[in-house]
Design a protein around this ligand. Sequence first.
Ligand SMILES: Cc1cc2nc3c(=O)[nH]c(=O)nc-3n(C[C@H](O)[C@H](O)[C@H](O)COP(=O)(O)OP(=O)(O)OC[C@H]3O[C@@H](n4cnc5c(N)ncnc54)[C@H](O)[C@@H]3O)c2cc1C
Length: 388
Amino acid sequence: MLSQYFNQDHQLFRQSVRQFIEKEVIPNTEKWETERQIPKSVFKKMGDLGYMGINFSEDYGGMNADLWYSVVFLEEIARSTMGGFSTAVSVHQFMAINHIAKIGSPFLKEKYLAPAIAGEKIAALGITEPNAGSDVSAILTTAVREGDFYVINGSKTFITNGTYGDFITLTCKTNTAAGANGVSLIVVDLDTEGVSRTKLNKMGWHSSDTAEIRFDNVRVPVEHLIGQENAGFYYLMESLQLERLVAAIMAVAGAELSLDLTIQYLHEREAFGKPIAKYQAIRHKIAEMATEVDIAREFVYSTCWKFTQGEVVVKECSMAKLFTSELAKRVADGCLQFFGGFGYIEDYPICRIYRDARVGTIAGGTSEIMKEIIGKIVVDGAAYKKVY
Ligand SMILES: Cc1cc2nc3c(=O)[nH]c(=O)nc-3n(C[C@H](O)[C@H](O)[C@H](O)COP(=O)(O)OP(=O)(O)OC[C@H]3O[C@@H](n4cnc5c(N)ncnc54)[C@H](O)[C@@H]3O)c2cc1C
């Protein structure tokens, strides 16, 4: 559909991503969900098609395309019905390597960004720790300078692509006395001596690989520092805008998918002699959910547009993440109800969509934290400046 946001080229790109998902992803759903990870070869296939570096420089193999191509890509991967797959792929591109693309040195771009865009290396982002999730400034992982190396000690948890990823963009304290002003971002190869990884068993997002990672005296060359030492907290806060927008785009697409699958089922399933689509109680509920999804999509698109104009959209991204992740959860629940008992059976995608939607209000910043951020801006009048 053409609009003020999408032109003919975006539409062609949408067709190509959709074909890829239908051919290379959906047929593997059961296998990947059971194996609790997607194969590394999928990253490579997507890299070959240019899907892993949509907004990044052509110098490192990227498409150098506008944000709307990423919106298209995220909407289409979210329609795979596998939250685990779409998360693994989006964390790699939009959360783990974007810091290197923005402020990494030419050395880091050659060594990590280019192979990640090619889909040859898989990236993770390590912020959360067993004792610090929402409160990022409370992280305990340290990176202590020793000559030309950082020596890293600590633990990270819930790390997407953590068990089989090749490298991680790691948040560490380089000054333990400085709170948020002592955080740095450092790239760590996950096969370095002293790194140990344990796979976590999750309620949903089964096809994504999620790990707890320990770092015991891990020695990393100082060239692996991304940007300035002790500026990491501010880089993270800036990039969280995009991260939350990514989550919102996928949440809306996921809710829309729930509705599409359900409406199709409503026409097929009969009760008391007619399709259940004919019952007003059901139609009204669908009408309510469709209204919310359409309104949410428009808000997310307008936030994307502001983002492309270089505006600081901390408030809008937080609102978008809060509203859409809660909406996706509510819509999946409402839709599952209309599948009756079949909604509770694994053979029906709505079952997985419901389970996967649950984590949307937790990962990437909880709903409570989104409200805190919005509250600071709306109630206290807080203002944010651009970091990059
Ligand atoms: C499947 C999955 C994948 C993930 N992937 C990654 C990843 O790749 N990389 C990564 O770094 N992290 C990842 N995370 C971590 C995720 O971002 C955190 O779980 C999230 O930020 C919440 O942190 P926490 O779990 O420590 O909860 P906590 O911070 O301990 O919060 C617990 C509860 O307290 C509430 N709370 C906390 N502070 C406040 C407050 N000030 N006011 C009101 N309520 C508050 C929270 O909202 C929550 O309900 C992932 C998590 C999951 C489940």
